[in-house]
Design a protein around this ligand. Structure first.
Ligand code: NAD
Length: 371
C-alpha cells in the first residue's frame, strides 16, 4: 500500500473548521483504502503561527511543507492581526509557501453542481454540468515585472508603470501544466492572450504553439484573444475545457468563470510547482479560494465544500486517484441533491445545515456511493 504524506495548515478563522471536515474525508478514505492511504501532519500558519511564534510560518513548518506530497491549506488573516508588522502579517505565510515551493501554476476550476444551477447568474442550460479549468501563470507577468513604480514628473504630474514580462521558459512550463491537465480531462486547451496589441501576447502564442507541437500534439489547442475569452465565458462557457493564460488575465478570467457557478464557499483551487526530478510529482498546495471569513468564524456556519473539493483536486492531480476524486465530487453533488445547504448557498425549500453537518453528510454519501 502506498502512503502519501499530507501537511494540513488550517490557519485562521473558518480555515480551522473547514480543514476539520477535510480530516473526516481523509479518515474515510484511509478506512476504506485499497491501494493508497494518507499520513497527515498539522502545523500553524498565518495569525495562529504569529500568535505562537511571532512569524506567519516557521522554518520547521516550511520544512514539513517541502517534504510533504501535498499541502492542504485553510485560510489566513483576520482583523486581530491588522496591526502586525508587514513582514509577519498572516498573508506572508501563504506568500512564503508559494515562493519556497516554487508554485508557478494556479488551477481554478469552475464546476456547476446540478443542484445549484438555478443559483447561477447565467441561465440553467448554459451552466448545468459546466466543468472548466483555468490555468493561471502565478509568478510572472505584470504583477512582478520591473520597473514597477510611480514617479513624479517635472511638471508635477505622476506616472505609474507596471511591466509585463514573460520568458520562453515561464510560458513553456505553464503550457505543459495545461496540456498535462487536459489529458486527464477532455483533452482540449484554449490559450488566451492579447497578441494583437501586446508583445508578450505574441511570444505567449508562439511558445504555446511550439510546446503543443513538441510536447502535446494529441491535445486539441485553440488560441483565443483574452477579451473574447471573457465574453465567451458568459456567452457559452461549456465550449471550454482547460484555459491557460497569464497572471493578469488569469486573475480576472478565473474569478469570472468561477462566479458563474456559485458562492465563494464552493470554489477550490490548486497551485502547482515544477516536477520533482526523481519522482516526477509536482510540488502542490490545495486551498479554497475564500479567506478566513472572520464574520462567521467559530459559529459552525462555514461552507466546507470549497476546502473538501480542494482535497478532491489533490486526489486527482497529485495522487492520480481520479476514481476517488470522482467519488468525492459525486458525494458533494449528492449532499446538495438531498437539499442540504449551508447559509451562503441557502435556497427556498432547502434545509440549512452547519459546517460539520455538511461534512458529515458528504462522508455519509461517500459510504453510500461506494456501496
Ligand atoms: P472572505 O473570503 O474571508 O469572506 C468574504 C465573504 O464571503 C464573507 O462574508 C464570508 O462570510 C463569506 N464566505 C467566505 N467563505 C465562506 C464559506 N466557506 N462559507 C460561507 N461563507 C463564506 O474574504 P474577506 O472577508 O475579504 O477577508 C477576510 C480575511 O481573509 C482577511 O483577513 C483577508 O486578508 C483574508 N483572506 C485570506 C485568503 C487566503 O487565506 N487565501 C484569501 C482571501 C482573503
Amino acid at each position: 500500500m502506498t502512503t502519501h504524506r499530507l501537511l494540513l495548515l488550517p490557519g485562521d478563522g473558518i480555515g480551522v473548521e473547514t480543514i476539520a471536515e477535510v480530516e473526516r474525508v481523509i479518515a474515510y478514505f484511509n478506512e476504506t483504502a485499497k491501494s493508497a492511504r494518507f499520513e497527515t501532519e498539522t502545523d500553524l500558519v498565518g495569525g495562529a503561527a504569529y500568535d505562537r511564534h511571532g512569524v506567519a510560518i516557521t522554518d520547521e513548518a516550511m520544512a514539513k511543507a517541502l517534504k510533504a506530497a501535498a499541502v492542504i491549506f485553510g485560510a489566513v488573516g483576520g482583523p486581530k492581526w491588522d496591526g502586525v508588522p508587514y513582514a509577519v502579517r498572516p498573508e506572508a505565510g501563504l506568500l512564503r509557501l508559494r515562493k519556497d515551493l516554487g508554485l508557478f501554476g494556479n488551477l481554478r476550476p469552475a464546476i456547476c453542481y446540478p443542484a445549484l444551477a438555478d443559483a447561477s447568474s447565467l441561465k440553467r442550460e448554459l451552466v448545468e454540468g459546466l466543468d472548466i479549468m483555468i490555468v493561471r501563470e502565478l509568478t510572472g507577468g505584470v504583477y512582478f515585472g520591473e520597473p514597477k513604480e510611480i514617479v513624479t514628473l517635472e511638471d508635477g504630474q505622476k506616472r505609474a508603470i507596471d511591466t509585463q514580462v514573460y520568458t520562453t521558459h515561464e510560458i513553456e512550463r505553464i503550457a505543459r501544466v495545461a496540456f498535462d491537465l487536459a489529458r486527464k480531462r477532455s483533452n482540449k486547451v484554449h490559450s488566451a492572450e492579447k497578441r494583437n496589441v501586446m508583445h508578450t501576447g505574441v511570444l505567449w502564442n508562439e511558445v504555446v504553439t511550439a510546446t503543443h507541437k513538441a510536447y502535446a500534439p494529441d491535445v486539441e489547442l485553440n488560441h483565443i484573444l483574452a477579451d473574447n475569452c471573457a465574453m465567451q465565458l458568459v456567452r457559452k462557457p461549456k465550449q471550454f475545457d482547460v484555459i491557460v493564460t497569464d497572471n493578469l488575465f488569469g486573475d480576472v478570467l478565473s474569478d469570472e468563470a468561477a462566479m458563474t457557478t456559485g458562492s465563494l464557499g464552493m470554489l477550490p483551487s490548486a497551485s502547482l510547482g515544477a516536477p520533482d526530478p526523481h519522482t516526477g510529482n509536482r510540488k502542490a498546495l490545495y486551498e479554497p479560494v475564500h479567506g478566513s471569513a472572520p464574520d462567521i468564524a467559530g459559529k459552525d456556519l462555514a461552507n466546507p465544500i470549497a476546502t473538501i473539493a480542494s482535497f478532491g483536486m489533490a486526489l486527482r492531480y497529485s495522487f492520480d486517484m481520479g476514481k476517488e476524486a470522482d467519488l468525492l465530487d459525486q458525494a458533494i453533488a449528492a449532499a446538495l441533491g438531498a437539499g442540504l445547504r449551508t447559509a451562503d448557498i441557502m435556497q427556498p425549500g432547502m434545509r440549512q445545515v452547519g459546517c460539520s453537518e455538511m461534512g458529515s453528510a458528504i462522508v455519509k454519501e461517500l459510504g453510500a456511493l461506494a456501496g
